[in-house]
Write a protein that binds this ligand. Structure first.
Ligand SMILES: [Zn+2]
Length: 421
């Protein structure tokens, strides 16, 4: 049988905290310093020798066996990761060792240090859901200047082989455009941006999209730069940072689902209804409907035909034209009000979000672990997969955001574990 080597990093010959007490209890040896001698006498009154072994009188158990640093390291390792160890946390570890009848000073501190340096505990540590930095809110400077793009799907194949929906949302007035797609090529995305955004609302200043291959590719980059559009991507690890588009996509999905009943393949037919509903419903952020902010007046919706509204029953072409022109004159004021309301709303959200922030900072050379799963790492292990990937070395950092990291070679792994950062 291959002999098992126990990793002990402390030399057994290291001076132990037990030595002065043992000497005093065995033959009354005290330090020359009077104060130190008094201290030792007082301290030793809580200890006793039984068959040459030092015990501490305890509150929880009759006697606790006092361990030297060498034995303490062994006790922690055995209880934490031995045959009946469960890689428990520091507090449980310290309590378990204590309940087994062992003692040394600073048990909890040593247990904490030990658990922090356990590699397995770090690879399988819970994922951190608290944000590392404060929320950055985006407010577009003018209508139709900044659009967010997102893909919804896959859905059941509909008429024309459509399986996905491309959604575009204006950041200022929350106007939404969407189109069903049969394939996710950059050409289809370009057609949508050109036909549904550029030709209708002018050339935007900026487009924000996630890192999908349809957006983050040479063809779409070239398309955007040919119109002078700035293309920005959200982080691979934080696709939800394009929050507004994500929430509109969710609204569209929730609008389609209840309309389908048994005919799920007809989802594309319902898209226009959902878009109409979205555009004519007031948004919490702006306090206005996207339609009102876009055209200065509200759209006529079916209820005004079913139960005729005042403007429908008293329609006068000349008067209507005049009112529309007046509304257009007041449109800038309306948009300014909506902008201010949006700022207040976003500030409220930021205040709520920022309460949960737990700052974490990195510097070049820090040893860090990367969240597993997002890059397809170890997916073959399913539920048994570690939560964190192998240690990597941070190369580029910007305040609290880790921009990139490199992988350590096998011989560069730290011998005694690393600390989570
Ligand atoms: Zn562990």
């Amino acid at each position: 049988m291959k002999p098992r080597v126990m990793e002990i990093s402390i030399d057994p010959g290291t001076p132990s905290w037990t030595n002065p007490i043992l000497s005093f209890l065995r033959d009354g040896t005290v330090p020359k310093d009077r104060q130190e001698a008094m201290k030792l006498r007082r301290k030793a009154s809580r200890y006793t020798l039984v068959d040459g072994i030092l015990y501490k009188r305890s509150f929880s158990l009759p006697l606790l066996w006092c361990l030297n640093p060498y034995e303490a390291e062994y006790a922690l390792r055995e209880v934490h990761e031995g045959v009946c160890g469960s890689h428990m946390g520091a507090r449980t570890l310290a309590h378990k060792v204590l309940r087994q009848g062992y003692y040394w000073p600073n048990m909890y501190k040593d247990a904490t240090h030990f658990v922090q340096r356990c590699l397995k505990c770090q690879f399988f540590a819970h994922l951190t859901h608290q944000p590392a930095e404060e929320l950055t809110t985006l407010v577009a400077p003018w209508p139709f200047a900044q659009w967010g793009l997102d893909l919804l799907g896959p859905f059941v194949k509909g008429v024309g082989g459509v399986t996905h929906v491309i959604v575009g949302v204006d950041y200022f007035i929350k106007w939404v455009e969407a189109r069903p797609l049969s394939s996710l090529t950059s050409k289809k995305i370009e057609d949508f941006v050109f036909g549904s955004i550029i030709c209708r609302y002018g050339i935007p200043n900026q487009i924000v999209a996630d890192n999908g291959p349809q957006f983050n590719c040479t063809s779409f980059r070239d398309f955007c730069s040919s119109y002078g559009i700035k293309l920005q991507f959200t982080s691979v690890y934080h696709p939800e940072s394009n929050g507004m588009v994500e929430s509109v996509s969710k609204c569209i999905l929730e609008g389609i689902k209840p309309r389908l009943e048994q005919h799920k393949a007809k989802w594309a037919d319902k898209l226009n209804n959902v878009l109409w509903a979205y555009r004519t419903t007031s948004r919490t952020a702006t306090g206005e409907t996207p339609y009102h902010l876009a055209f200065g007046t509200e759209a006529v919706i079916p209820i005004e035909i079913g139960v005729p509204s005042f403007r429908v029953t008293h329609f006068d072409e000349g008067r209507n034209g005049q009112l529309l022109r007046e509304n257009l004159d007041l449109l800038d004021d309306l948009r300014e009000e909506a902008r201010l309301r949006t700022l207040v709303y976003k500030q409220k959200i930021a205040n709520f979000y920022n309460k949960r922030v737990r700052p974490r900072s990195f510097k070049v050379g820090d040893l860090v672990l990367r969240k597993a799963g997002l890059t397809g790492f170890e997916t073959r292990f399913g539920k048994l997969a570690p939560n964190w990937e192998a240690p990597t070395l941070s190369l580029k950092c910007h305040t609290q955001v880790l921009i990139s990291c490199g992988t350590l070679k096998a011989n560069e792994f730290p011998e005694s574990g690393i600390s989570i950062t």
